[in-house]
Design a protein around this ligand. Structure first.
Ligand SMILES: [Zn+2]
Length: 230
């Protein structure tokens, strides 16, 4: 895993397909630092934190989830200080915790080879968030503001966009994908998502499992991949 600097306020880790580890974002404010997504596991969190320490960046006091999926939230129990989740994300996590039994971990590993690989030498722990917000929350990290906005998405019903208006950067998680595990895209939800993306003011888009791209590249790619007119 590598830590890539976007500018003096923003960093992003590389993502990994093999163990289904998404890119984790890092935003440095004068008062607080914020991570985007907790990551797949305790080991994922620890590797990310060791890269932050190497770069002499303070550990994030806040970590916001882009959606409830395991590869973004199962590291939550191992993060520094506070986690934040949209109310629908929290509902998914609470449901998972309520239904959790002795076979849950094995079932998840059997469901997906990437999960099995990530959890070869460690065990799963699912927790809820410390701070739950509805639809949106604005954060002032000191010298940089962050807007976390719920959005319609073909991926999950709890997708959250993380917008940094001053830096013109958007973290979008996995919200441009279809639904797991078939990846079928609900075209109406995709249209709503594209409209939302077009409305927001940003230059750089950073997703969970993709290289960063410009807003124009992202929107054009989504229209093309989904057979929508340009
Ligand atoms: Zn996902």
């Amino acid at each position: 895993m590598k830590l890539n600097k976007i500018n003096d306020r923003i960093w992003v880790s590389s993502f990994e397909e093999e163990r289904d580890r998404p890119a984790l974002g890092y935003i440095r404010g004068d008062k607080y630092s914020l991570a985007v997504d907790a990551g797949h596991s305790k080991e994922h969190v620890e590797e990310f934190y060791s890269l932050l320490k190497e770069a002499e960046l303070p550990l994030p006091e806040l970590t916001v989830m882009t959606h409830w999926h395991w590869d973004h939230t199962f590291g939550m129990f191992a993060i520094n200080e506070l986690s934040l989740a949209e109310k629908r994300t929290e509902e998914h996590l609470q449901k998972l915790m309520m239904e959790w039994d002795d076979e849950s971990e094995d079932r998840l590993k059997a469901m997906d080879e990437h999960i099995a690989l990530e959890y070869k030498d460690q065990s799963m722990q699912v927790v809820g968030a410390d701070v739950v917000f509805g639809d949106e929350i604005s954060l002032d990290l000191g010298g940089i503001k962050v807007q976390c906005l719920h959005t319609e998405s073909p991926h999950t019903d709890d997708s959250v966009l993380i917008l940094l208006p001053e830096e013109r950067v958007l973290f979008f998680g996995d919200c441009i994908s279809g639904e797991y595990p078939e990846w079928i895209v609900d075209i109406e939800r995709m249209k709503l998502l594209i409209t939302k993306l077009e409305e927001l003011d940003f230059d750089l888009a950073i997703g969970g499992h993709w290289e960063p791209e410009s807003k124009r590249e992202l929107v054009e790619r989504l229209k093309e991949e989904n057979g929508l007119s340009l």
